[in-house]
Design a protein. Structure first.
Length: 263
């Protein structure tokens, strides 16, 4: 596959991944959504179907990595880093496009949620709140449409959770998910990986929201910071390095385990 195929395929695939994955979160958490309060099961299965759709759509074009951790895992396994920057660029751009599309699709719901006095409070009261109070009161669920965040802020635990979840994901990709060329996901592999993502969400998603994908977290977080959302709060940049570093470490560890145990 050419560099242009990889770049275009990863843009399209990651955009679809974030559109459907971020979309299910928006559907569940935003006011005046028909799916509001549908719960964690809806979110985890929604992300699984998002992975399945994106992989089947772009697997033949780019191999459907859709995740820098998967790209790193395959590169460590094969020792071939030539196209890694192209994959990374396509994934980050695609994730940003997907997040912007979620904002467009749920524009009215974002506005309704972030201007509702029951959610954001009375303007007079908000004027005396500090930034931490404001973020705590209403920004968390909205930021959660775009990126992940921990329920308990503990750096080593949050980082370890992301590493562990990504090791499971990437090891599953390397052992069962790759196509005949070994450079991307195959048809049956895409289905298997989608189910693994659901499993990770159900079993390991509680502490941090299971980013397990640096582009999935960083790209939409940038979009959250740029979008003109009223009362949106901060983008939590102090935490942002964890869902980037953790999955990258996890992807490399998974490849190391694969090379030792399976190669």
């Amino acid at each position: 596959m050419s560099s242009s195929d990889i770049f275009i395929g990863e843009i399209i695939g990651t955009a679809v991944l974030i559109l459907l994955g971020g979309g299910v979160v928006a559907a569940v958490v935003l006011k005046r959504s028909k799916a509001q309060n549908a719960g964690w099961l809806a979110i985890t299965f929604g992300w699984g179907f998002a992975v399945l759709t994106a992989v089947y759509m772009t697997g033949s074009l780019s191999g459907a990595h859709l995740n820098p951790a998967v790209t790193v895992g395959i590169a460590v396994k094969d020792g071939d880093w030539k196209n890694v920057p192209v994959y990374f660029a396509g994934q980050l751009l695609g994730a940003m496009i997907g997040a912007a599309l979620v904002w467009i699709a749920y524009y009215g719901q974002f506005h309704a949620h972030l201007t509702d006095r029951e959610i954001v409070g009375d303007p007079a009261e908000k004027a005396i709140e500090g930034p931490h109070d404001e973020a705590k009161s209403h920004a968390g669920p909205v930021l959660g449409v775009f990126s992940t965040g921990p329920e308990i802020r503990n750096v080593w635990q949050n980082l370890a959770t992301e590493i562990i979840g990504t090791v499971v994901l990437v090891l599953a990709v390397l052992t069962q998910g790759l196509n005949d060329s070994g450079k991307g996901l195959g048809v049956l592999g895409g289905l298997m990986v989608a189910l693994v993502v659901v499993g990770i969400g159900l079993s390991l998603g509680g502490p941090t929201g299971y980013a397990i994908n640096p582009a999935r977290d960083l790209g939409p977080r940038i979009v959250h910071a740029l979008l003109p959302l009223p009362n949106k709060g901060g983008s939590d940049w102090g935490y942002a390095w964890i869902p980037v570093a953790g999955p990258l470490i996890g992807g490399a560890l998974a490849a190391g385990i694969y090379n030792i145990a399976f190669a």
